[in-house]
Design a protein. Structure first.
Length: 171
């Protein structure tokens, strides 16, 4: 798989550095838009940028934190005319470290799916905040027992260890 992604200016400069390239899938490379062509970072609408990147012929995708692109008729029209894949990190609050983590997490799968068909991937962080009891109930359900039966199976070990922790340490 050979894929070249260009990063919008909202990402930290060091994501495209050589040290980080080793963590990318083989054949996948990332270049900052500024490093590709500094002129493209100013005086261009998003849709114009998409068409310019596509016209180069050596770019497979554009990665951005600007989720407005997916709601722009011009940008989506340009995407339909291009062969690029658009990767948008959504709900990261334009936070570059969160966005970078999302990209690095999903880039292998995105790169595997590259072909001449333009696609738009919207990456969103998923935060699953549930109470421990919810997880405990889920484990019991998967094992086909009641939560109370699950508790009985672990109670002695948990309570004994908890008692040991509360004893004054012998130092």
């Amino acid at each position: 798989m050979n894929a070249h992604f260009v990063l919008d200016h909202g990402f930290p400069a060091n994501i495209a550095r050589q040290e980080l390239q080793q963590f990318l899938p083989p054949g996948v490379r990332i270049t900052r838009l500024y490093d590709l062509n500094p002129a493209l970072t100013r005086d261009h609408e998003d849709w114009q940028l998409i068409l310019k990147l596509d016209a180069r012929g050596d770019v497979n995708g554009f990665i951005t934190t600007d989720d407005r692109m997916t709601r722009s008729p011009h940008s989506m029209g340009a995407m339909n005319r291009s062969h690029l894949t658009l990767v948008v990190t959504d709900a990261t609050g334009h936070h570059p470290v969160r966005a970078t983590g999302l990209v690095l997490t999903h880039l292998t799968e995105i790169a595997k799916g590259l072909d001449a068909t333009p696609r738009a991937f919207i990456l969103r962080p998923r935060f699953d905040a549930r109470a421990p009891q919810d997880h405990f109930d889920h484990i019991a359900s998967q094992r086909g027992v009641l939560p109370s039966e699950q508790w009985l199976s672990v109670r002695d070990a948990v309570l004994a260890y908890e008692r040991d922790l509360r004893r004054p340490s012998e130092q």
